[in-house]
Structures are given as structure tokens and as C-alpha cells.
Design a protein around this ligand. Structure first.
Ligand code: ATP
Ligand code: MG
Length: 332
């Protein structure tokens, strides 16, 4: 079976609709077709200042949401990145294979560092994509389901894999990104040209998986819609309405042209109400399952320990080969 790996950061108290549609929802069916590895990437989370108590809580909340969204600990390996030390170890080796200029071209760093000012950003934020390459290559992943914002990082991962293989001898599988076009970039409800994001969207711009129905409805009803009153798919002139159409289409399985025909001559009100209901219907059962899972921390930690053990086995197998190829003496 081909292997899949993906990860999500515990950088907020809830995932959002973009994380769900762009990433997590794709992960669930891939459990059936792939040997699946999914991780909560806590090492990535500390690339920006992070309170330890927040990190601990958010890591459990993230894992609970993954199980609640349909990941099955029997069928896939769900784990916490920091439980597998090999991620940090391989990242160092890949850092030594990466050019400064090459790392400097990563646009996510530029976007995220702009918030602090580049010189105040951590070196970890700069090397973030290289740690991500290590996450993927450790498991020899064939496929990596992510949103469009990760495309450039996947290209870097492939380049680093090829460079390692060329310099030290064939070892790494070249991973292919899996980015479904329709949901590759869910945008902020208040700023419909920017991506919905855990760390940069305003509360009104983001639909959190763990939000209650009331706030979810209110946020959809207040979403920025464009001038005019027709429900049309036009990314250029109607980015807000187009985003809502993409969301409703993805949540209900109805093609966009069918939705456009349905709301013809009706204005935005009815349309937004229906989008809100689709969101509430999808999120509510996931939120309820997440709350149940969080009520038993010991059980949640036990599931993560199982995933961690399985992940370490695979990761260590790769690392033994990596260390040997690089020329490190075997430790006894
Ligand atoms: P942060 O702002 O802290 O980076 P994030 O919202 O970007 O958080 P990540 O944990 O970095 O979330 O990303 C997890 C996954 O969700 C990645 O595969 C990413 O591509 C995907 N993703 C994030 N935001 C969106 C979005 N708006 N639309 C589609 N996919 C998204
Ligand atoms: Mg992100």
C-alpha cells in the first residue's frame, strides 16, 4: 500500500473550516487506501512564541479533533511529532543540505515573519519547511494531502530528497502533494482574499470546528459578501460569495453551478442561511465527539502512545539508514 503522511499544528484551541476541508477531511478516506501516518506537529508550533500550558492543552485538543473527525487509531498511525525524536534528528541533517538562498525563498516564512519583523522571528520559523521535509521523508511518504499554502514546502521536500539521494545514495521516496483544487484555499470570511488561518484570522473571519452553532451562524451571516446581490461564482469580482459557494459545495456535495442556479434571483440571505446550516450540521457531531474524547485524557494519551510507538519504529528504520549513509559511526 502506498504511504500517506500529513500533519497539523496545535496552534489554536480549535481547527478551522480550512483545516477541515483542505486537509483533515481528505485524511479520513485515505486510511482505507494508504498506510496512513498523521501527526500533531508540536515541534512546528514552537516556531512562534508558545505558552507551555497552551501547547499541552492544544496538542490534546488537536488529537481529539482528529479522532472525532474520523481517524481510527486501529487503521492509521496518529501521533505527536515530539514523541518521535527522529524528526528533529533528520531535520538537522536536511538543514545541512539546504542552501540559505533556497530557504530564504519560502513565502510562508516571509508572511509569518512580517508579523514580528524579520529580525525578531526565530531561526526555527525560518527552518520550519525543512523540519516539515523531515516529517515527510522519515516515513517514506508517497502522498501528502495538504492545502495550497504548502505547495512550495512540498517542492522543497522533493528537492531535498533528491539531493540526499544524489549525494549519499538512493534512500528517500519522492513524495507527491495531494491538493484537491476545490478546497485548496478556504478564505477568511472577513478578508476573502486571505487564507483562513489559525494564527492570523480574526475571530469573525474564522469558522472553528469547535464553535457553538450560534457563533457559527452569526459569522456566516456577517461574512463579507461583495457588491451586487447575485449568488455567482466569480473569484475575481466576488471572492466572498465564491468562497461561500466553495464551502457549501464541499460540505453538501452539490456542484457549484447547481447551487448558483438554485439561488438565482434570491439575494444573499437565503444562501447564507443554508451555508450556515451546512457548517453547523458538519461541525456539531465532530465537536460533541471531541468533547467526549477530551473528558478522558488518560485514554487519549494511551491512543497517542500507541501511535507514537508505531511511528518510532518506522522512523528509526529510516534513520538507521540515514546515519549510515551520511557517515556517522554506529552508536553501541
Ligand atoms: P497557522 O496559522 O498556525 O499556520 P493554519 O491554519 O495554517 O495554522 P496548519 O496547522 O499550519 O494550519 O495547517 C494544517 C493543514 O491545513 C495544512 O495542510 C494546510 O495546508 C491546511 N490549511 C490551512 N489553512 C487552510 C485553508 N484556509 N484552506 C485550505 N487548507 C488549509
Ligand atoms: Mg499554517
Amino acid at each position: 500500500r502506498p504511504r500517506v503522511l500529513s500533519g497539523i499544528q496545535p496552534t489554536a484551541d480549535s481547527f478551522h473550516l480550512g483545516n477541515y476541508l483542505g486537509a483533515v477531511r481528505q485524511w479520513v478516506p485515505m486510511q482505507e487506501t494508504h498506510d496512513a501516518f498523521y501527526c500533531v506537529v508540536d515541534l512546528h508550533a514552537i516556531t512562534v512564541p508558545t505558552d507551555p500550558a497552551d501547547l499541552r492543552r492544544r496538542t490534546r485538543v488537536a488529537a481529539a479533533q482528529l479522532f472525532a473527525a474520523g481517524l481510527d487509531p486501529e487503521r492509521s498511525t496518529v501521533f505527536v511529532q515530539s514523541h518521535v525524536r527522529q524528526h528533529s534528528e533528520l531535520a538537522w541533517i536536511l538543514i545541512c543540505l539546504t542552501g540559505m538562498g533556497e530557504a530564504g525563498r519560502m513565502t510562508q516564512f516571509k508572511d509569518k515573519a512580517a508579523k514580528f519583523g524579520e529580525s525578531a522571528a526565530s531561526v526555527g520559523l525560518f527552518t520550519y519547511p525543512i523540519l516539515q521535509a523531515a516529517d515527510i521523508l522519515l516515513y517514506q511518504a508517497d502522498s501528502v494531502p495538504v492545502g495550497a499554502d504548502q505547495k512550495q514546502h512540498l517542492e522543497l521536500t522533493r528537492d531535498l530528497a533528491q539531493r540526499f539521494n544524489h549525494r549519499y545514495g538512493e534512500l528517500f521516496t519522492l513524495p507527491a502533494p495531494y491538493i484537491p483544487k476545490e478546497v485548496e484555499k478556504i478564505t477568511d470570511l472577513q478578508d476573502p482574499t486571505a487564507k483562513m488561518s489559525k494564527s492570523s484570522s480574526s475571530p469573525a473571519g474564522i469558522l472553528d470546528l469547535l464553535d457553538q452553532p450560534g457563533p457559527l451562524r452569526k459569522k456566516v451571516m456577517r461574512a463579507v459578501t461583495d457588491t451586487g446581490s447575485e449568488v455567482l461564482f466569480d473569484e475575481e469580482n466576488k471572492p466572498g460569495v465564491s468562497n461561500l459557494l466553495r464551502i457549501q459545495s464541499a460540505l453538501t456535495g452539490t456542484p457549484i453551478p447547481e447551487l448558483v442556479a438554485r439561488y438565482e434571483g434570491q439575494g444573499y440571505g437565503t444562501f447564507k442561511k443554508d451555508v450556515a446550516e451546512a457548517v453547523v450540521e458538519t461541525f456539531t457531531p465532530i465537536r460533541e465527539r471531541t468533547e467526549k474524547l477530551l473528558a478522558d485524557e488518560a485514554e487519549l494519551d494511551r491512543l497517542l502512545a500507541i501511535g507514537g510507538r508505531r511511528a518510532r519504529e518506522v522512523a528509526e528504520e529510516t534513520m538507521e539508514r540515514v546515519r549510515d549513509k551520511v557517515g556517522f559511526l554506529a552508536s553501541r
